[in-house]
Design a binder for this molecule. Structure first.
Ligand code: ATP
Ligand code: MG
Length: 350
């Protein structure tokens, strides 16, 4: 059920790179999330989903790229500027005087842009409008803190001192997530997995954020509990007008919940489209392989279902014709080269 009432871009991630030494955890990822929508981010373990989420809430000084929230730049990396400056300096060694002057001017501009990126990144140190529900509810809750302290912590950090105000917010939010007041004095180990995840939801929601990044909020839970937590997020979404970036490693979880879906593979965004479009017309071979892994409660289909494996070296020829993220049909983006782009358009009948 695509949610197109509002097309306002709330979050924009532009050319995000997050490298850990030689590991390119996220490598040139661009997407936006519109106000009020659920954007699903999927891909196999290690493809960079959590790193993308953590970069957005500024747990890292990102390597390069820009992140905008409500039009404000909240995070920026500097590698692309440094690379451009180094390249220009290298060229300068052999340049004639006219070109040298141009390069000098270019370097000065890059330095200014880099200083402004650094200043923006530093100024927006605490973006409480975006809250994250962490992947591992056990590791992300401090075992020595009661539920009350866990939920109240963010409010205190934000500067709230009035105990009555904090009490009211904590007790209200406990109720909202399906827990009770009596739970406030207990410690994380006294709860079930599903309840712990509700504490994680409460800790995020109490800050009254505009956006929530839910990092595989249900994958550690029993199937029967998964639906409860998804329903809870869905209810909160409507009650609070939340925008959600929902991270999962398989498509079946995000299918009914997401308006749009982005598929990541090895640090890259390989396909991005409306949910229905992605399921009806998957184009990238990796998306097709993810779809082929979803079992359906249909014996005839199940009998014929063949798992497609994705072997990038066998299906892409990127030796000369290089891939980028291209818009194959309106709103449907695929990471592909020119030859693939033409082929995908043909497949869509364009
Ligand atoms: N702090 C870190 N230092 C070094 N490497 C890291 C760090 N965090 C993540 N990585 C690496 O970056 C890559 C992406 O990791 P990430 O946690 O973002 O994947 P993921 O898509 O969330 O996977 P999963 O589905 O298993 O949670 C992996 O190769 C991981 O080993
Ligand atoms: Mg993860």
């Amino acid at each position: 059920m695509p949610n197109h009432q509002n097309e306002e871009v709330l979050l924009r991630v532009e050319h995000l790179c997050q490298y850990f030494k030689s590991v390119k955890a996220v490598d040139d990822v661009t997407f936006d999330v519109k106000r009020g929508e659920v954007f699903g981010l999927v891909g196999e373990s290690g493809c960079g989903k959590t790193t993308t989420g953590r970069s957005i809430i500024k747990l890292y000084d990102i390597t390069s790229g820009d992140i905008y929230f409500e039009g404000r730049r909240i995070a920026a990396g500097t590698k692309s500027y440094r690379d451009a400056i180094n390249q220009a300096r290298e060229e300068m060694k052999q340049a004639d005087p006219a070109r040298k002057a141009e390069l000098k001017q270019f370097i000065a501009e890059q330095k200014n842009a880099m200083a402004s990126a650094k200043a923006n990144h530093k100024a927006q140190s605490c973006v409480t409008d975006i809250q994250m529900i962490f992947q591992d509810p056990i590791a992300s809750l401090d075992p020595r803190m009661t539920v009350y302290e866990t939920i109240a912590e963010g409010l205190r950090i934000r500067g709230e001192k009035n105990k009555e105000v904090i009490d009211k917010k904590v007790f209200d939010v406990l109720e909202m997530v399906g827990l009770v007041r009596e739970h406030a004095g207990r410690y994380p180990h006294e709860f079930s997995g599903g309840q712990r995840q509700r504490i994680g939801v409460a800790r995020a929601v109490v800050m009254n954020p505009q956006m929530i990044i839910a990092d595989e909020p249900v994958s550690a839970l029993d199937v029967s509990i998964q639906a409860q937590v998804i329903n809870l997020l869905n209810d909160l979404r409507h009650q609070m007008g939340l925008t959600i970036l929902f991270i999962a490693h398989d498509l079946s979880v995000v299918k009914y919940f997401s308006d749009r879906i982005g598929v990541m593979y090895f640090g890259k965004m390989v396909e991005l489209a409306d949910s229905d479009e992605l399921f009806d017309h998957p184009l990238h071979p990796y998306t097709k392989s993810l779809l082929s892994a979803i079992p359906l409660p249909d014996p005839v289909y199940e009998k014929q279902r063949k798992r497609i494996t994705y072997d990038p070296l066998a299906v892409h020829d990127y030796k000369t014709d290089k891939p980028t993220l291209r818009e194959v049909s309106p709103g449907h983006f695929v990471h592909c080269n020119e030859a693939e782009f033409q082929e995908y358009r043909r497949q869509l009948g364009l």
